[in-house]
Design a protein around this ligand. Structure first.
Ligand code: NDP
Length: 240
């Protein structure tokens, strides 16, 4: 049995990760961290009664992290897997970027990941076991124009991942980053022309699926990945 916390779990990739871990083992307990929206996460909970629950978790708030982790500890006594998946983007050229858009993206993607890792790492050290999976982005590696805030935040997540992996490896904890390319979720919007255009830019000629990201997360959380840490794994249909 594993106790698993997924942030941004109302979104496409978060829901897919939750379903994958729940289907993997009937004793897994999955906590779906949600900020505002909960409808998608609730459908996962309904599909796996007794195995999953929604938790209030705004990743930008240290207090919210403390409350969420305390609740999980009361329920299961441990957190085995943390998936720092919550994210947001506010694209635009730097010359006209509002400070609020810079701050929001850094707070959610980078500070949120820092706060999440800090909220669980001491306890994982005591357990002598932990799997931290940070959902970064291909933008961390490609740094496209129009995404200075998002690319910087996600590149920060990559560096945090590599640094924390070195701090925790001896305690049986792995810390890895996934860098997805175009994955078909609400984050890409729903304009069919734009989706088709993006798919044409991908050597694989299609968008990735949230289930494919979840499959990689499952691998990184599993027994066979115990020697994989500090790794940055892109999943982009061959773009980079
Ligand atoms: P979604 O927009 O479907 O989901 C993102 C989720 O993050 C939403 O549920 C949102 O909550 C949540 N969130 C945003 N801010 C906060 C916050 N402060 N606290 C808690 N939750 C928050 O997008 P994806 O599922 O596609 O994205 C998941 C991750 O994957 C993100 O980190 C994203 O950057 C990354 N990614 C996605 C790619 C893609 O092509 N889809 C490509 C590369 C990376 P709410 O419902 O309340 O708004």
């Amino acid at each position: 049995m594993k106790s698993i916390l997924i942030t941004g779990a109302n979104g496409g990739i978060g829901q897919a990760c939750a379903r994958a871990f729940l289907a993997d083992h009937p004793e897994n307990q999955v906590f779906l961290g949600c900020r505002n929206g909960r409808a998608g996460a609730e459908t996962v909970v309904q599909a796996f009664p007794g195995q999953a629950r929604v938790l209030a978790l705004d990743v930008t708030s240290a207090v919210s992290w403390d409350d969420a982790v305390a609740e999980i500890m009361r329920e299961t006594g441990r957190v085995d897997v943390l998936i720092n998946n919550a994210g947001t983007h506010q694209d635009g050229l730097l010359a006209t970027m509002a400070t609020e858009h810079w701050d929001e993206v850094i707070a959610t993607c980078l500070t949120g990941t820092f706060l999440g890792c800090r909220a669980v790492v001491k306890m994982m050290m005591r357990q002598r076991f932990g799997r931290i999976i940070n959902v970064a982005s291909l933008s961390a590696l490609l740094a496209p124009a129009g995404q200075t805030n998002y690319a910087a935040a996600k590149a920060g997540v990559v560096a945090l991942t590599q640094s924390l992996a070195k701090e925790t490896a001896r305690a049986g904890i792995t810390v890895n980053a996934i860098c997805p390319g175009y994955i078909r979720t609400d984050a890409l919007g729903s304009d069919p022309a734009a989706l088709t255009e993006w798919a044409q830019r991908v050597p694989a000629r299609r968008l990735g699926t949230p289930e494919e990201v979840a499959g990689l997360a499952m691998y990184l959380a599993g027994e066979l990945a115990g020697y994989v840490t500090g790794s940055v794994i892109k999943m982009d249909g061959g773009i980079l």
